[in-house]
Structure formats: structure tokens, C-alpha cells
Design a protein around this ligand. Structure first.
Ligand code: ISL
Length: 550
């Protein structure tokens, strides 16, 4: 256990800077706002912050369209202030992990401006340019993740460029070694500045299946499947960026579509690729044809899938653990009951997730049980994914606007992006100005000030979970065993290390569960629970969760 990497004992907190805290009243969160809340984060006890992108950007995708990798977006601050933030975080023992978005740049990045300027520009080959095929249509049938085709015809040179996301996010050509070296040099520049690692945006997409781009038969639908050269790229990156460094770093690769077998390869320490990945299987179980096509949730399916990942990476590799982030609905609204049982279900999922084996990620506001928002009109939504989907579904596919809006209300990324709710004041203590996205009206009841003062505080529950991971090797490293896999309401599992065994039992439902617990707990120590006193009998109350040491 002593040699296990630091991140096995760590909890990471994701900050979405635009929505976290605004220090200058322009309605947009900024670095000053984060600096002002470092004591709050230190009190929570997290080990590292992952900052969603803070680089200059036209903000078509809230900073995931970067126009300069080695600067700070002026709306957020500047490099001098970034250095202050880094120093002040480090003083409190908090690391800072940057978002690395290198599958694509902004179309306003100097690299792309050069690349698009002429067929013979030296940077032409830094992106994916293709001549229009005989029929004039796009080179293949790939779709953008944000609706429409993944190719846009650029009038300047009469060729198409590839963008797996919005048309303002052209994909970099990683086949070109100059691109790879430029990215590694930029990563080294940030690490030399003192940052502690990278969360790598859609990093498995950097390797394309080139034969599908240039092959005779165009593929249809979907985006680019990951090319086999991904492992070479990641190993080369590790070598060029991390090999000579000492100290504690973190690399986590976001990898949609990856299965456990691939994940073992990506996270096997002996292969030197990434420390852990974000996979998507468990957050796609309630999605049909697309993410706005909402299916009924099944606890059984969810816990089996999480257990599948626990088992898959038990021997080699490492899991990251998350139930929400800036792209997903709020966990208490999606997996819990955000009205009657908000405290209970928020803490139940916290206990369940943090007691899995892996590194837990907390998304801002999760630690006070923030909920989804619900805007009545599509005009109130800001996220381009939601807006493009709505337009396509209603205008092109003629779907019923009411049901399309319902899907957006449930699944929109804006659910996670309403401003952090600090207090009950007019703009939730987020800004003195007009917030870029309205605060959730429920901030008068749900906010950090109220929560921390409450007898039953989601924040304090998270505090205890974080402390537990720091103190307890069995929480960090213990072997995971799912109990009663077929049970539709009970989430139960054990963790085991040496002579220590922990048991988690949780009733993920609105009704009491009267059946006896799957393991005899007489004589066991109740380490943590979300009910004030043990309920009558042997069962569990609605959304009751307990952690025992057996
Ligand atoms: O299903 C998807 C693609 O197959 C999407 O879920 C996609 O993987 C996901 O949206 C990727 O997210 C990341 O990259 C995007 C950015 O908009 C997100 O905010 C970021 O987390 C493009 O940079």
C-alpha cells in the first residue's frame, strides 16, 4: 500500500470556471473567483482541482475551442493571476490539473488560420483537409457530436476539413509529427510553470482510422473510431513530457466508447500511457438513439456496469469514479430524488461512489446537492449541443417541439452549468452582475451557506468521505465485491484489504426496504450513515445508506 500512487488516496474536484465564482461582476466566473474560494475547497479536503479550460477562446463551446494554448482567457484573468492561483492552491496542499484539449483547436487558433490560408501553407497538413469527392458532398458520412456532418467545406481553398465536434473545432492531424511535438512542448511549458497534470479531452479521438477517411466506401453516421496508433501517441507523449520529471502528477484521459479491455491497456502503469481514464458506459445506460432520448433507469444495470469496471481493472489499471461533470445532468436529479429525498439520495450516491475502488471526482455543486435546472423555453439554453440538437430535431426531422424540449430539459449540459450556489442572495453569491446563464431559482434553499449550517449537510458528508479515503488503505485499495447483483433497489458491496472488510448497504429507492441486510452486521461498527439513527428493524429507510466495518 505504501508504494501505491498518491492519486489512489486522492479526491479530485472539477471547477467549471465560467460558473464557479465571479470576482469582477461581469457575470462570468474567473480565476479571482476561484482564488477567493480556495479556503472552501481546502475545508472540503480535496487534493486536486481539475480546471475546465481557461485559455483564450471564442467560447463557442465554453472554452473547449482554444485559440491560444499558452495564455489565459482575458475574461478569466491573466498568466500572472494564474501563477497566484497555482501558488495559493499549492500552499493549501491542493494540486491543479489543467484541461488539455488537443483533439481539436478553435478555428481561430493561429495554427488553423495558417492551415486554411492556402493549399501550400506549411501548416496545411496540421489538420484534416480533403478535396470534395466527385459528387461534391463530404469525404465520408461521419457526423459531428454536435449534430450535422463532421466535414465543412472551406471556401478559401475549396476543400473540406474534419471536425468531430462543432465546425469551429477543427481536428488536429496527429499523424503529423510536427503537431505532436507542438503539443508536447506546450504541455512541458505548463508543467514547468508548476501545474500538476492534465485531464485530456476526448484523447482517444486523436488517433483516427485513416483508411476510413480515404477508403473507397464512405462510412455513415457516428464519428471516427479510435485508430490503433493511439497507444503509440500516448506512450510518446509520456516519454516527451513526463519521463524526466519527479514529483506527483496526474493524467486522466477522457475516452468515450472505450471498453474495459482497452482501459486496461491505457492504464497499465507498465505501458506508460495515462494514470486513469473517464469512460462513459455507466452514463449511457439511460440513453437511447442519442443522449436526449431518455430511457428509464435501472439500478441493476447501473451497479452491474460499475462492478464490471471494478472487476475489469482489479488486477491491472485504475478506475476514475464519477456520476456527473460539466457534460452530464446533476447526479441527484438523475440517479436520486431531488425533491423529497434530496439530502438522503445525494449522500447515498456519494457514499456508494466514493467507496468504489478508483479515484473519485466531485463536480462543483455536487458537494452541496445541487440539482438540474429547468428552463421553459429552448431560448433560455446556451449550450450549442442542446441548441443544435433542438434545431435539427424540430426543423429537419419534424419532431414534436414539446418532446424535444423535454429531452433537453432532462439531459442538457446546461443542467450542470448554472452558477454555483453559494448563498441565498439574488444571484446566489456567484456574481454582483447578471450571470451568463441564470442561477437555478432553488438557490434560495440549496446553497453552500445553508448546507454547511444544516444538521444534515451534504458538504460535511463529502468531507467525511474524503477524510476516510485519506486515512484508510482499504477505502483506497481494497478489493471490491458486489453483493446481490440482481436486486433492483439494494446497492450492496464489500471492500477487503488484509484483515479489514468494509460493507456498504444502500437502499436506492423512495420506499423502505424491509428485507434483512445481505451480511450479518451484529457487532459491526457503523462508520458512516445518512440517517440520524438506525431505523427500526433490520431494513433500510428510503435512500438510507450505511458503511460498516465488519
Ligand atoms: O458522445 C460523445 C462523443 O462520442 C460526447 O459525449 C463527447 O464524447 C463528449 O461530449 C466529449 O466531451 C468533451 O469534449 C467536447 C466538449 O464539448 C466537452 O465539454 C468535453 O468534456 C469537445 O471538446
Amino acid at each position: 500500500a505504501a508504494q501505491a500512487p498518491w492519486w489512489t488516496r486522492a479526491v479530485v474536484y472539477q471547477v467549471y470556471p465560467r460558473s464557479f465564482a465571479d470576482s469582477d461582476g461581469d457575470g462570468i466566473g474567473d480565476l479571482g473567483g476561484i482564488r477567493g474560494r480556495l479556503d472552501y475547497l481546502a475545508e472540503l479536503g480535496v487534493d486536486a482541482l481539475w480546471l475546465s479550460p481557461v485559455y483564450p477562446s471564442p467560447q463557442h463551446d465554453n472554452g473547449y475551442d482554444i485559440s491560444d494554448y499558452q495564455e489565459i482567457e482575458p475574461v478569466f484573468g491573466d498568466l500572472a493571476e494564474f501563477d497566484l492561483l497555482l501558488a495559493e492552491a499549492h500552499e493549501r496542499g491542493i494540486k491543479i490539473v489543467m484541461d488539455l484539449v488537443v483533439n481539436h483547436t478553435s478555428d481561430e487558433h493561429a495554427w488553423f488560420r495558417e492551415s486554411r490560408s492556402s493549399l501550400t501553407n506549411p501548416k496545411r497538413d496540421w489538420y484534416w483537409w480533403r478535396k470534395p469527392p466527385a459528387d461534391g458532398g463530404p469525404p465520408n458520412g461521419w457526423a459531428s457530436a454536435f449534430s450535422g456532418p463532421a466535414w465543412t467545406l472551406d471556401e478559401q481553398t475549396g476543400e473540406y476539413y474534419l471536425h468531430l465536434f462543432a465546425k469551429q473545432q477543427p481536428d488536429l492531424n496527429w499523424e503529423n509529427p510536427e503537431v505532436r511535438l507542438a503539443v508536447y512542448s506546450m504541455m512541458n511549458w505548463w508543467l514547468d510553470r508548476g501545474v500538476d497534470g492534465f485531464r485530456m479531452d476526448v484523447i482517444n479521438f486523436i488517433a483516427k482510422q485513416v483508411d476510413l477517411i480515404d477508403g473507397p466506401a464512405p462510412a455513415t453516421g457516428g464519428g471516427s473510431p479510435t485508430g490503433p496508433q493511439i497507444h503509440d501517441y500516448l506512450q510518446e507523449m509520456r516519454e516527451a513530457v513526463f519521463a524526466g520529471r519527479t514529483g506527483e502528477h496526474l493524467t486522466v484521459g477522457e475516452m468515450p466508447g472505450v471498453a474495459t479491455g482497452d482501459a486496461v491497456l491505457f492504464t497499465d502503469p507498465a505501458r506508460g500511457e495515462v494514470d486513469m481514464i473517464f469512460q462513459f458506459e455507466h452514463v449511457r445506460l439511460d440513453q437511447g438513439a442519442n443522449k436526449f432520448d431518455v430511457l428509464p433507469r435501472s439500478l441493476r444495470a447501473l451497479k452491474k456496469n460499475l462492478a464490471h469496471w471494478q472487476d475489469g481493472l482489479a488486477e491491472t489499471g485504475w478506475n476514475s469514479l464519477y456520476l456527473n461533470n460539466h457534460d452530464q445532468p446533476r447526479l441527484v436529479s438523475r440517479f436520486g430524488n431531488d425533491t423529497v429525498w434530496r439530502y438522503e439520495s445525494a449522500t447515498l450516491w456519494a457514499l456508494v461512489l466514493h467507496l468504489h475502488r478508483g479515484t473519485p471526482y466531485i463536480y462543483q455543486g455536487e458537494e452541496i446537492g445541487m440539482t438540474n435546472v429547468r428552463f421553459d423555453s429552448i431560448d433560455d439554453y446556451r449550450d450549442l449541443e442542446s441548441l443544435n440538437h433542438y434545431r435539427e430535431a424540430v426543423d429537419e426531422f419534424d419532431l414534436d417541439p414539446g418532446s424535444v424540449l423535454a429531452g433537453v430539459q432532462t439531459m442538457s449540459r446546461d443542467n450542470a452549468r448554472t452558477p454555483m450556489q453559494w448563498d441565498a442572495s439574488a444571484q446566489a453569491g456567484f456574481t454582483t452582475g447578471t450571470p451568463w446563464l441564470p442561477v437555478n431559482p432553488n438557490h434560495t434553499e440549496i446553497n453552500a451557506a445553508v448546507d454547511r449550517a444544516a444538521e444534515r449537510s451534504v458538504f460535511r458528508f463529502y468531507q467525511r468521505l474524503i477524510a476516510l479515503r485519506h486515512e484508510s488503505p482499504v477505502v483506497a485499495l481494497g478489493e471490491f465485491t458486489l453483493l446481490e447483483p440482481e436486486h433492483e433497489l439494494l446497492f450492496a458491496f464489500t471492500r477487503h484489504l488484509g484483515d479489514e472488510t468494509l460493507l456498504v448497504v444502500a437502499n436506492a429507492s423512495d420506499s423502505p426496504l424491509d428485507s434483512p441486510l445481505p451480511v450479518d452486521v451484529s457487532g459491526a461498527e457503523l462508520v458512516l450513515g445518512n440517517y440520524p439513527a438506525l431505523g427500526a428493524g433490520s431494513g433500510l429507510g428510503p435512500w438510507e445508506a450505511r458503511l460498516y466495518r465488519l
